[in-house]
Each structure stands twice: as structure tokens, then as C-alpha cells.
Design a protein around this ligand. Structure first.
Ligand code: ADP
Ligand code: MG
Length: 698
């Protein structure tokens, strides 16, 4: 048994390995590419490829793959073996710089939203040296970006890297104004807290809804749910503990800093949080984490459910995106500083985030919009669909004082002036304990809490980085042209607080009154569903910002609009069909069977003696028969609605038809089936119940 520090990163071609395996010249050149984005020449690529191959083969790898993140939301890989025939009839293991840098997967089956014309079936993948290569199974995986031959991004990594560059450029301009000449690069970092459910694999296999859609489409409330609050941070059960232990080991080998684990609010729900990393690496790691979670679960006879809402009436799963901006000199720009100057700088970045979140709330909402997440947002457990910022009382009071040109507190005598006063220290513990805010300041970072558990974190961070970059760029324009920097900055901050304070809300985000105030008084957008918000992706304001920052082209945005809405439509239609299938082939036969058993018993009892009491049989058989008819009718209605929606060829109208016609019919069908479940004997019910699933892992 090796210790954690020995095995940590053992499957990663990381800096330690590179330093040892590469000549100093090659290493320095590669480091320049990684740290500063310098171009990589083929000689260096060949040397790196050779070292990677030797390292991977020594670890038992036989194949390599370009590992990428197409718009399906999961990762893709196509394995090639290293072998190449040798003249003596044997093979040698080969891997060239060209193969490292560029790949050409047949891309025709990945979603492109019309970006890839059929004659251009092949896309290409390009090595991302900023994310280390790693070995998974027997395959060397090389993180790559995925593009069409026309140069359009077909993946999530490309726009993410572009957004990080945009933010870097804009932030550097602002930092120069504060006299920071030594900062070379500004990066964003993310620590995503990942929620998930674990259920027993046998029970999972017995439910078509879980297998086909990742969530239960039927299921009556169990006798016990989460009302006792006895699961949150509770003792971890042995089977779950064994799972977590192996999961950690696997993640550590891949260099993933899995750190915290605990039970979540719902029974069978858990959370895993890593230590934060550069956004790009955090995104790759989160994708890998979700994959490994599922693989390890299979080894333990479990299934890891990453769906946002696997069980109705039970808390769903989200992902908290903890986000900060830092310089390569080690300064967290969202951390209040020690000196007045640092504080002014902090306030500038804080204001940029506030303005960005207010201006581009629609993009943030879009970045987390999926059919699955529609079940959570606004459903009394996740943050509402209205985007607002929690700053905490102390920081809000500071901003209030600046806006009003008043002293920060009664005790202070002088008006707070930027650049001459030291801000009070913010204690993390008094800034964050508001769990209902979609976007909370937690002392030195923001926590964006609207992401669904299965979402790639790329989307949210692309929008966040791009929006903040655009606001910082605007600030830089204004301040660079100012005669008096200090007073221009003061005006800028005051103006931002005045114009964007409507997005700051420190109260209870779950309160109905807040939604009313947010929408009616403050004019904040409230996009309740995916079809509502997606059209905003193509609004003039958003297209102009995203193309202006070089994060997306217009064509890429159009294609993403198509793909994401298509994904929504397909997801719900599959769910509808699964319900029809289960109701017809499993539930109706079960209710019919049990009703007939009751009817037979009734007849039998009557034949023995008309005086025998048959209240239960009579009542239950009658109720079940009525429910059976009702279910059959609703199945037909759902089928008609599904077929009608499927016919609509334009994606926008189709998404609305699905939301307004199909989902309602699904709910109606489910409610009768759940009623039937409650009065049907367990042995006749065709699949495991909520109680079985939620309390089945010990
Ligand atoms: P909680 O929010 O549950 O109280 P923590 O605040 O300890 O938990 O951490 C949540 C996540 O935030 C972790 O993944 C952690 O690594 C990450 N995190 C901490 N500091 C930063 C930072 N400066 N930037 C980005 N993420 C951070
Ligand atoms: Mg948190």
C-alpha cells in the first residue's frame, strides 16, 4: 500500500514528471506554452510526445486518446493504440508530436447545431497543454479542444479558454492602472461542490425510468422522507464509506484534489468537494470526477445518480461553483486587502462582478438551463430562477456609504474615500450563511449556486468570465482616459453601486415575497424554464458582448441555441415515452392484476357466504379499476401530446409546446399512477418504490 502522498497524481503527466523526463530546454519551452500561451514548435512537441509515451507505457498504457468535451455535456474519446509494425514482425510503441498536437476524430455524430456542413464531417482536436495528460484504464488521455474545420468551436473547452483570456486581458488593464506592473497573468479559479445520490444497482436496474432518463418518473411519497433532517452531515453508512474511500483513491491518482465529503440533506444524497483549481483544470477534473463516481459505484453494486431531480418531493442535486480571480503573483482580487490601495482595487473588481451579474443575469441563467435543472430552480430547495447577489450586511453597508458619500459607520467621523481609508476586515463567517442566494459573496470568492449536478461547469464559467471581462474592459476604457484617476474611480464605483444595487439582496431567496419584489419592484428577470431563457442567448446585448470579447462567434451562438434547446426537447420526449412505456407495460398490468385478484377473492368470499364482509375488496377493487381506466386515458392523452410536439420542426416553438402541453400530461399521468401505487399490494407493484431506493443502501 502506498501512502496518499506517494500515489497522488501517479497517473498524471504533471510538472514533476515533465521536469524529470524532459531536457531543460524542452521543459522550459513547454512551460512557456503552459504559463504564457507561447506557440509550441514541432521539435518540442515530438520530445514531449516521446516522454509521454515512455511514461505511459511504463505505467501499462497501450492506447492514447484525445479527450474532449463535445456539446453532449459528457466527455468523448477515441482510442488509438501506440503500436506500429516493426520490420522483424513485431511491434514498436509509437507516438509522435503530430499525434499529440492534433487529432481528427470522425465528428459527424456529435451535435454541431448546423456548424459542420455534411461535406465537412471531420472536426479536429487540438492539445490543451494547460491541462495535464493522464492515464485512465490503459489509455493515455490528452485533454484537447474540439473544433470544426472552419475553426468554429464544437466543444465547451474552447470558449472557456477564450473567456479566461478575455478576463486576463481586461483585468491586466485594470491592474496596470493601480500600478501593478509585475503581474503577468490573471486567472479565475473554481472549486465545484458536487452533489449526488447513491442507489442500489439491482433496484436501479429494475426501473426503466432510472435507466433511460436518470430520474424516477413515478413513485409515491415514502413513509419517511427527509423531514427528520437526520441525514445531513450524518454518520456515513459502511457501504457508502467504502465507496467514498475508493472514489477518493481513484481521484487522487488522477491528481484531483478531492477534499471534503459528507451526507447531504436528502436520504441517499451525498456531496464531494475538491480543492479549487484554475477554471480550465477544475472543469476537466469535474468531468472526470463525474465519470469516476459512476465507475466506482458500479464496482460497489451501486449507481451514482447525477440527475438534478432523481426523486420528486426530495431535495435535488446541484453544484456550487466557487469562483475567484487571482494574479500570478498570488493576490486574490476578490479579497479585501491590507492597504487602502488594495481596498480600492478590491472594490473595483467587486463592482465589476456586481455589474456583470446584473447586466448578464440572463446569460448566467442560460448557462445552467437544462430540462433537469428546471425541476430545481425556484422549487424551494435550490436558489430561485431570479439571479441576485448576496453580499452580507457589512459589505453592503460599505457600498451604501460609498453611494451616499457618508461615513461607513456612525463611529467613523470621516466620509469614506477610496484610496485613503482601510476597509474593515470581512470575516468569512459573517459573510456567508445565506444558503438561499443564487450568487453569494463568501469572503474572498463568489459562490454561484444555480448549477445543476450534471451540468458541465464550463458553461457557467464561460458566461461569468466573459461578463466580468466585458465590464472590466469598460472600466479600463473609462479610467485610462481619466485626468484624475482617484476621483474617476470614485465616481465609477459610486455609479456602479447606484445603477446595479437592485441585484443585491441579502434576505431569504426562497421567500415568495422576494420573487414579487425582484420582478415587480426591481425589474429583475425571472426565467422559470429553459424555453423561456434560451432565446435571450441571441439578444443583441448578449451577442454583442460575447462576440466582442472573442468568446463566441455569432454562428457558434446560433448553433448552441439550437443544440441546447434540442437537448431540452429530446430529454423531455424521452421521459414522456418512458412513462408511456412503463404505464402500459408495467403499471396497468399490475393494477389490473391486483384488481382482479381482489375481485376473485370477493367472488370467492360471497360464494362461501353472502354474509362475509368484503369492504376492503370492494372498495379497493373499485378504486383500482377507476384508476386503471384513468391511467389508460392519460397514457393516450400523453401519447397524443407527445406526437403533436414531436411534429413541430422549429426548435423554439417545439420547446414551448413540450413545456406547456407534454409536461402537464406527464404530471397528470404520474399522479394517478402514484395513487394506484399506494393502494396496490407491494408484491404486485412492478418496480422498487421510493422507500426501497432511498433507504436501500446500508
Ligand atoms: P462551504 O461552501 O461548504 O462552506 P468551503 O468554503 O470550504 O465550503 O469550500 C467550498 C469550495 O470552495 C471548495 O471547493 C474550496 O476549494 C473552494 N474555494 C475556497 N477558496 C476558493 C477561492 N479563493 N476560489 C475558488 N474556490 C475556492
Ligand atoms: Mg458551498
Amino acid at each position: 500500500m502506498s501512502t496518499v502522498s506517494e500515489s497522488f497524481g501517479s497517473m498524471v503527466f504533471d510538472d514533476r514528471v515533465m521536469r524529470a523526463a524532459l531536457s531543460k530546454e524542452v521543459y522550459d519551452s513547454l512551460r512557456k506554452t503552459i504559463d504564457e500561451g507561447a506557440e509550441l514548435n514541432i521539435g518540442v512537441a515530438n520530445a514531449v510526445a516521446e516522454a509521454m509515451r515512455d511514461w505511459a507505457v511504463a505505467k501499462g498504457a497501450t492506447h492514447f486518446t484525445h479527450w474532449f468535451q463535445p456539446l453532449t455535456g459528457i466527455t468523448a474519446e477515441k482510442h488509438d493504440s501506440f503500436i506500429s509494425p516493426a520490420p522483424d514482425g513485431g511491434v514498436i510503441m509509437e507516438f509522435s508530436g503530430k499525434e499529440l498536437i492534433k487529432g481528427e476524430p470522425d465528428a459527424s455524430s456529435f451535435p454541431s447545431g448546423g456548424l459542420r456542413a455534411t461535406f465537412e464531417a471531420r472536426g479536429y482536436t487540438a492539445w490543451d497543454p494547460t491541462s495535464y495528460a493522464f492515464i485512465k484504464g490503459k489509455t493515455l488521455c490528452i485533454p484537447t479542444a474540439f473544433c470544426s474545420y472552419g475553426g468554429h468551436a464544437l466543444d465547451k473547452k474552447t470558449p472557456l479558454l477564450r473567456s479566461m483570456d478575455a478576463l486576463n486581458r481586461a483585468a491586466l488593464r485594470v491592474l496596470r492602472l493601480f500600478g501593478n506592473a509585475d503581474v503577468k497573468r490573471v486567472t479565475t479559479s473554481v472549486g465545484p461542490e458536487q452533489e449526488y445520490f447513491l442507489v442500489d444497482r439491482k433496484m436501479y436496474e429494475a426501473r426503466r425510468d432510472l435507466r433511460f432518463t436518470g430520474r424516477t418518473l413515478f413513485g409515491a411519497k415514502p413513509p419517511k422522507g427527509q423531514e427528520m433532517d437526520d441525514h445531513y452531515f450524518g454518520v456515513i453508512k459502511p457501504r457508502v464509506a467504502a465507496y467514498m474511500e475508493e472514489l477518493n483513491e481513484e481521484l487522487w491518482k488522477l491528481g484531483i484534489l478531492a477534499k471534503t465529503e459528507h451526507n447531504e440533506v436528502a436520504p441517499a444524497q451525498h456531496e464531494l468537494a475538491p480543492i479549487y483549481r484554475t477554471t480550465n483544470v477544475a472543469t476537466d477534473h469535474n468531468q472526470l470526477t463525474m465519470e469516476i463516481m459512476q465507475k466506482v459505484a458500479a464496482k460497489h453494486g451501486l449507481v451514482c445518480l447525477l440527475h438534478e431531480k432523481p426523486f420528486a418531493g426530495v431535495n435535488g442535486s446541484g453544484k456550487h461553483n466557487n469562483w475567484s480571480i487571482a494574479t500570478d503573483t498570488g493576490v486574490n482580487l476578490l479579497s479585501p486587502g491590507e492597504t487602502p490601495y488594495e481596498n480600492a482595487q478590491f472594490l473595483t473588481f467587486l463592482c465589476a462582478v456586481i455589474e456583470a451579474v446584473d447586466e448578464y443575469a440572463d446569460l448566467l441563467r442560460i448557462s445552467v438551463a437544462t430540462a433537469g435543472n428546471d425541476h430545481r430552480l425556484g422549487a424551494n430547495e435550490a436558489p430561485p430562477a431570479v439571479v441576485s447577489i448576496f453580499l452580507g450586511d457589512e459589505l453592503t453597508a460599505v457600498l451604501d456609504a460609498i453611494e451616499a458619500d457618508k461615513p461607513y459607520s456612525a463611529a467613523e467621523k470621516t466620509v469614506m474615500k477610496l484610496g485613503s481609508d482601510v476597509l474593515p476586515k470581512f470575516n468569512r463567517d459573517n459573510t456567508d450563511r445565506n444558503r438561499t442566494s443564487p450568487f453569494a459573496f463568501t469572503g474572498n470568492k463568489f459562490e454561484f449556486r444555480m448549477l445543476g449536478s450534471s451540468n458541465s461547469i464550463a458553461c457557467a464559467n464561460i458566461m461569468l468570465n466573459a461578463a466580468v471581462a466585458s465590464v472590466l474592459g469598460k472600466y479600463a476604457d473609462r479610467l485610462e482616459g481619466a485626468d484624475d484617476f482617484e476621483s474617476a474611480l470614485h465616481d465609477l464605483i459610486r455609479g456602479t453601486v447606484r445603477d446595479h444595487r437592485r441585484v443585491i439582496f441579502n434576505g431569504n431567496g426562497y421567500d415568495e415575497k422576494w420573487i414579487k419584489e425582484a420582478t415587480e419592484v426591481r425589474g429583475l428577470p425571472n426565467y422559470r424554464t429553459t424555453p423561456d431563457c434560451f432565446p435571450e442567448l441571441l439578444s443583441e446585448k448578449n451577442v454583442s458582448m460575447l462576440t466582442g470579447e472573442g468568446v463566441f462567434t455569432v454562428e457558434e451562438l446560433r448553433s448552441r441555441y439550437e443544440i441546447m434547446l434540442e437537448n431540452y426537447c429530446k430529454t423531455v420526449l424521452i421521459e414522456a415515452n418512458t412513462m408511456i412505456d412503463m404505464a402500459r407495460h408495467e403499471i396497468l398490468p399490475a393494477t389490473e392484476k391486483y384488481a382482479s385478484v381482489l375481485a376473485a377473492n370477493l367472488a370467492l368470499k360471497k360464494s362461501v357466504s353472502p354474509a362475509l364482509s368484503c369492504g376492503y375488496e370492494e372498495k379497493t377493487a373499485a378504486a383500482l379499476s377507476a384508476l386503471t381506466d384513468g391511467i389508460a386515458e392519460r397514457v393516450d392523452e400523453l401519447e397524443t401530446a407527445e406526437a403533436k410536439a414531436r411534429e413541430i420542426s422549429e426548435i423554439g416553438p417545439q420547446s414551448f409546446a413540450i413545456r406547456d402541453e407534454v409536461i402537464g400530461k406527464m404530471t397528470a399521468l404520474r399522479s394517478l399512477c402514484d395513487e394506484a401505487e399506494v393502494i396496490t399490494a407491494s408484491e404486485y407493484w412492478p418496480f422498487p418504490t421510493y422507500g426501497d431506493l432511498l433507504f436501500g443502501v446500508n
